[in-house]
Structures are given as C-alpha cells and as structure tokens.
Design a protein around this ligand. Structure first.
Ligand code: COA
Length: 209
C-alpha cells in the first residue's frame, strides 16, 4: 500500500475492517497488474473531488478504469477500458435496511413499484434498486451529490434500464446495466457507459478473504 492508503487503513477501529481494506488494495493492485506491465506496488492513483480513485495518467499505455465495492463477506472489482464504470455489491442478509430507506432515497416511481409488490418480494426488489442506483452514482463518480430520487430503474425487463430526469443532463441510453448473484447472499450491479456497445464480461474469482 502507499503511505496514504496505509494511513487510511489505520483509521479503521475494527481489525475486520482493516483486513478488508488491505485485501481490497491487494485486489486492485494485483488485478490491474494482470492487464499492464506495472508491478502491484507501483500503481498510483488520483482522486476526483468526490473521492473516486483512478489510475494515475501516464502510468501505463492502456486507459484502464476500475471501480471497487465491498460489503461484509465480499469485495467486487470491475475493470474496463476508457468507459465510465460503477459497481455495487450488497449483503442481502443485512437486516438494517428496508422500505424506510426506499422512502428516503428512491424515486417516487420506484417507491410506488416497491410498495405495490407482495411483502415477500419486497426485500429482493429493494436490493435490486439499491445496488443498481449505487452502481449508477458510482459510475458517474459524483457520490451522493447526485440526487438518488432523480433517476429510476425499470426492472420489468432484463437487463434493467434507467430513466434519468433531464436536470441531471445524462442521456439514459448511454448506460448499460447488469446484475449478478455471486452466491445466495450477495447481489452485484454493474453500470457501464457503453452506448450500443456489446458488453463482453469476464468473471474471475480472486481469493477468499
Ligand atoms: C462513497 C460512495 C461512492 C460508495 O459508498 P459505499 O456504497 O458505502 O461503498 P462501496 O463499497 O460500494 O464503494 C467504496 C469504493 O468506491 C470507490 N469510490 C470512492 N468514492 C467514489 C466515487 N465518488 N465514485 C465512485 N467510486 C468511489 C472507492 O474505491 C471505495 O473504496 P474504499 O472505500 O475501499 O476506498 C457513495 O456512493 C455513497 O456514500 N453511497 C451510499 C449511498 C446510500 O446511502 N445509498 C442508499 C440507498 S441507494
């Protein structure tokens, strides 16, 4: 890890979180090194105003982009060339979320669709919306400065599609979304700004942590 990363790691109170932070730095550095002739310890990163890390320009010839997400029991790293990319993984077993979060953060249409579902289907659909919404704001790289209620996902068809209010100034057809269930507990959503480009996705399981 770089010195700023080591400093960030020391800020975590719990050993579990320090360990996950370390594992994720390894995941980023070793995975990037599979794609370009840069040693894992030599990767350097820049950060935008919202904290999104990017490979430092000029470090390698390929325009590698990446996005990381982690939750209890899983870290997911998405890598692409050039395109904006965002990924989110959530632990669907966590019990501290639910319709009250949707009321607060989701768009009115998403809340109405969620509330219209039988109670047994609500938890899974809640996580569908949550991970997709997170993947989009992470793809934009602007964190929560992007209002979560100003865009809506349509889940009736696969892959899911997005409606974005004009004030966000982002054409919805620019984006493609995919969802994955790596196991029966975790749900992953991926957002790629890839208009009309066929998406070819390769999966690799890195290591247990
Ligand atoms: C910070 C944020 C970008 C992601 O937070 P998160 O969901 O807690 O965390 P994730 O594990 O998915 O992603 C964290 C990683 O994203 C990356 N990241 C940081 N800032 C980012 C940004 N502005 N854009 C994209 N990626 C970012 C980093 O690699 C970070 O890893 P690190 O914390 O180990 O350094 C932001 O979207 C956020 O705060 N989200 C919470 C929103 C919320 O409350 N949603 C509720 C209902 S939708």
């Amino acid at each position: 890890m770089s010195e700023p990363e080591a400093k960030q790691q020391r800020r975590f109170v719990f050993e579990r979180d320090r360990h996950q932070y370390l594992v994720c730095r390894g995941l980023i550095r070793y995975t990037l090194s599979r794609y370009a002739p840069v040693a894992p310890a030599d990767w350097q990163f820049s950060y935008n105003n919202y904290g999104r890390p990017e490979v430092l320009r000029g470090l390698c010839d390929l325009p590698l982009r990446f996005n990381l997400s982690h939750t209890r029991g899983m870290g997911v790293l998405a890598i692409t060339l050039s395109q904006d990319i965002g990924v989110d993984v959530e632990d669907t077993n966590r019990g501290d979320v639910g319709i009250h979060i949707a009321d607060r953060y989701f768009s009115p249409r998403e809340v109405a669709d969620l509330r219209a579902l039988p109670a047994s289907q609500q938890p899974r659909t809640f996580f569908d919306y949550w991970t997709l919404k997170e993947s989009y704001i992470k793809g934009r790289g602007m964190g929560l400065s992007l209002p979560l209620d100003k865009f809506s996902f349509e889940l009736r068809h696969q892959p899911p599609s997005i409606d974005i209010e004009p004030e966000l100034n982002d054409p919805p057809t620019d984006w493609q979304f995919r969802q994955f269930n790596p196991n029966d507990r975790h749900l992953v959503a991926l957002a790629v700004r890839a208009k009309e480009l066929p998406l070819r996705i390769e999966f690799r399981e890195a290591f247990g942590c």
